[in-house]
Each structure stands twice: as C-alpha cells, then as structure tokens.
Design a protein around this ligand. Structure first.
Ligand SMILES: [Zn+2]
Length: 70
C-alpha cells in the first residue's frame, strides 16, 4: 500500500511562467524558476528595469529659452 505522504510519490510543483505563462516546474531541477527559461527570466528583468528606470521623465520645466525673454 502506498503512503500518500511519501514525498517521492508526490507530483512536482507546477506553476506558470510569469513571463510567458507556460507551465513550469518549480523545483530545483529548474534553475530559472519561477520562469520557464533563462530567456523569460531575462525578459522579465528587462521589463522590470524598463518599468522602473525606463519611464521618460515628465519634467514640467522646459529646457529651451524663450526667445522673447531676454
Ligand atoms: Zn516563460
């Protein structure tokens, strides 16, 4: 009779890649977890950096001189 608590009998954890949504193993056999691949991991980091640092600043002060202001 099988023991249902036996870890070897337990199925590995499956999640979905945050980048592409593909099913991905969430154990040590997947070095890119929770992503499915290095590519998705890098893409996600790229998105993160772009979102944090890549937003063009909305500077309200104009940098050009008013030609009539002198
Ligand atoms: Zn992916």
């Amino acid at each position: 009779m099988k023991n249902p608590q036996d870890p070897a009998a337990r199925p590995y954890r499956i999640g979905s890649c945050p980048q592409c949504g593909q099913s991905v193993r969430l154990d040590e056999s997947n070095p890119w977890r929770p992503f499915c691949s290095e590519r998705c991991k890098l893409l996600d980091l790229g998105d993160w950096f772009a979102g944090r640092y890549g937003i063009p600043s909305d500077d309200p002060t104009p940098h050009h001189r008013d030609p009539d202001g002198d």
